[in-house]
Design a protein around this ligand. Sequence first.
Ligand code: NAP
Ligand code: MG
Length: 401
Amino acid sequence: MAKIQMTTPLVEMDGDEMTRVLWTMIKDELLYPFVDLKTEYYDLGLEKRNETDDQITVDSANATIKYGVAVKCATITPNAARVKEYNLKEMWKSPNGTIRAILDGTVFRAPILVKGIEPYVKTWKKPITIARHAYGDVYKASEMKIPAAGKVELVYTGADGESRELIHTFEGAGIVQGMHNKNDSIESFARSCFNYALDTKQDLWFATKDTISKKYDHTFKDIFQEIYDNEYKEKFEALGIEYFYTLIDDAVARVIRSEGGYIWACKNYDGDVMSDMVATAFGSLSMMTSVLVSPSGVYEYEAAHGTVQRHYYRHLKGEKTSTNPIATIFAWSGALRKRGEMDKLPELMEFADKLEKACIDTIESGKMTGDLACLSTLDNVETLNSEEFIKAIRANLEKLV
Ligand code: NAP
Ligand code: MG
């Protein structure tokens, strides 16, 4: 059988620990035999980041801008323990943070649904994709403890002088917080969300507390509406999808009653909290995909979970682990499909569909990793280790190609 050809390389970002082990297995078993895989390889494993003073991460992000599509393995974000474990020159920043800052992107997270792993919310039939704004608000806030009576104000000093707003006149001890966001960041967020909705042909919901926060949250609402009206309305109407704004509390109620199948854009804090709620309610972190989309239409695909450190230490001791590769495989299929779409390679896009179908068929036939086995409602569940599971997917894939 002739291998499927590619014309432009994918930016391949390798990573750490157990996911790095899976990465090689996935390429060997599920990609190389079928696709003449072209990638520009960047090793974002912690050792290489340390060796290059993290330049490799910056280079990989710039390559993503150049080629348009990247696929990333999970990577370690160093903490004090990792600095010691890997003898690091310094506590390098999170690669995802570095890449996100360079691409100016928004992260979209969506669960993979399979029969036998039922969402806790019984009306949910389709995935709910959460888009979380990744800049500002409470994550870049200044805070103070107010020890005793006194006046607290917001002060803005511009070119033309000063303006003030009273926060509160304290009669005793209390607390205050000052937070900000930037119009250009909100605009990028909005464009990433509108582009992703067009791309995936799903409705876009956005919600804030604009009735209470008449300047702060209202600005988010206004920026989204203005960009929608000026740049996206016609495209949405042509595709038959909808942009829908509502209050955050109304959105929460509607999400629970919905059947899914839309993108839910959230401010930074709402997205942090709601993505954990949605992920858990759909079943498992190992079935969550993640894609970073820049406002200019550059895509970086990855799994939402980390490097699965605990499994890796067992792997190092020679034990077989039952680590779930599905979200990492879907990162590859997502990237290959997008590459196929950009380069007009229908065969590559079909391969991505078949790869995903092979994964789902395997799980729905009862063969799965341990994390899913303990959630599954199927009555013929067989728990496999990672290698056996990937080989079972390969067997199903061969039936499809
Ligand atoms: P994690 O890798 O997401 O794993 C946490 C636990 O979730 C695992 O111990 C495992 O539970 C379960 N799990 C996650 N993915 C799984 C999978 N594919 N198959 C089976 N079980 C899975 O988080 P962590 O262990 O807290 O973090 C490890 C490293 O990952 C850290 O250094 C962190 O910086 C990094 N990280 C990277 C990213 C990223 O690159 N996007 C994201 C998050 C964290 P059991 O042990 O109970 O089986
Ligand atoms: Mg969180």
